[in-house]
Design a protein around this ligand. Structure first.
Ligand code: FAD
Ligand code: NAP
Length: 317
């Protein structure tokens, strides 16, 4: 028979939003359970230097997330390595099924499932995923020592990945569809000064080219967005960094979403369209998508869950 665990507050996700919600919910004596998901620590575990987390002029992403986990646990959050596979929000207590078979029931739920990397959707990109095509420079950069690499995108992620990859690669070509980056100016400055990086403006990746046996990338073809002219760039690695989409699979058919799937919350609040379900972090934020804003929303969600439970009385109907 499936193991069933009841909690006043179930937190789904272990990024800055989830762990911060854990700190606040624990300090409100709500004894929260936090389920970590497939990526314990969230997106910051896929990066190196974080330079905009207050209190640290520089800290490694994975270290910051271990600190947050330790802090949340020390305050009393029960942190469980498991994955929520479905969530029934039709009645309280809410019921979450998990990959391990445990069923979690909760009087309130804080959704903090964050965001995941977007892909271009090319057939050749799919074919070479894991064989030269990646969306995580910190995970895979090391495999390209002394090789040529391309990075696709013009945001903070693309620029940071291009800079990071110069630690390994002989040359990095940044392919961007405009001639203007949307990254922070400090990062743009570093990119422009780095002799190993060549930007290729007004181009879009149209095909990843490679060998069949063994499967591996040898080049990419990029098309000029105005003239349509194709340029072939030899490379061994392709890093796609074109943004992130909200990880809304558990709730996209039940909760109100907007702006391409971000969970909609009430103004100045983390309350979703279902009372007792709160959403925090990149899952709901189409605008800022920063660690510090996610943590802030995690705090708000825990405070709002506390108020919701207090109004409910003993937490049951
Ligand atoms: P995430 O960090 O996305 O975490 C989501 C969590 O939900 C994960 O733990 C995942 O396992 C879990 N989850 C998902 N589905 C389930 C499920 N079904 N069941 C259980 N758990 C689930 N921001 C900055 O402020 N500074 C930076 O320097 C910076 N650098 C970045 C570098 C990179 C390469 C990237 C990709 C992002 C960077 N960001 C940075 C943005 C920052 O990482 C995000 O804004 C932040 O991590 C969002 O936090 P979150 O808690 O909402 O979700
Ligand atoms: P982003 O800011 O949304 O940028 C995505 C980039 O990819 C844009 O330059 C966009 O081009 C391009 N792009 C999107 N779709 C494309 C397509 N189909 N083909 C070609 N190019 C495409 O995403 P991000 O860089 O991943 O950043 C996500 C969030 O995380 C942001 O809020 C960012 O600030 C945050 N973050 C912060 C840091 C930091 O603080 N150091 C580091 C990483 C990420 P256009 O510009 O033409 O739209």
């Amino acid at each position: 028979m499936a193991d069933t665990r009841h909690t006043k507050v179930l937190i789904i996700g272990s990024g800055p939003a989830g762990y911060t919600a854990g700190v606040y919910a624990s300090r409100a004596m709500l004894e929260p359970i936090l389920v970590q998901g497939m990526e314990p620590g969230g997106q910051l575990t896929t990066t190196t230097d974080v330079e905009n987390w207050p209190g640290h002029s520089e800290i490694q992403g994975p270290d910051l997330m271990i600190n947050m986990e330790t802090h949340s646990r020390a305050m009393g959050t029960e942190i469980i390595s498991d994955l929520i596979t479905s969530l029934d929000m039709t009645k309280r207590p809410f019921t979450a099924q998990s990959d391990s078979g445990t069923v979690y029931t909760a009087d309130a739920v804080i959704l903090a499932t964050g965001a995941r990397a977007k892909w271009l959707g090319l057939e050749s990109e799919e074919k070479f995923k894991g064989f030269g095509v990646s969306a995580c420079a910190t995970c895979d950069g090391f495999f390209y020592r002394g090789q040529e690499i391309v990075v696709i995108g013009g945001g903070n992620t693309a620029v940071e990945e291009a800079l990071f990859l110069t630690n390994f690669a002989s040359k990095v070509t940044l392919i961007h569809r405009r001639d203007e980056l949307r990254s922070e100016k400090i990062l743009e400055d570093r990119l422009m000064k780095n002799e190993k990086i060549t930007p290729l403006w007004f181009h879009e990746l149209v095909e990843v080219v490679g060998d069949e046996n063994p499967l591996g990338v040898t080049a990419v073809r990029a098309k000029h967005v105005e003239t349509g002219e194709i340029t072939e760039i030899p490379c061994k690695g392709v890093f796609v960094a074109i943004g992130h989409a909200p990880a809304n699979e558990l709730v996209k058919d039940t909760l109100e979403t907007h702006m391409g799937g971000y969970v909609k919350t009430a103004p100045d609040s983390t309350a979703t369209s279902i009372p007792g379900i709160f959403a925090a972090g990149d899952l709901t934020d189409h605008k800022y998508r920063q660690a510090v804003t996610s943590a802030g929303m995690g705090c708000m969600a825990a405070l709002e869950a506390e108020r919701f439970l207090a109004e409910l009385g003993d937490g049951t109907e």
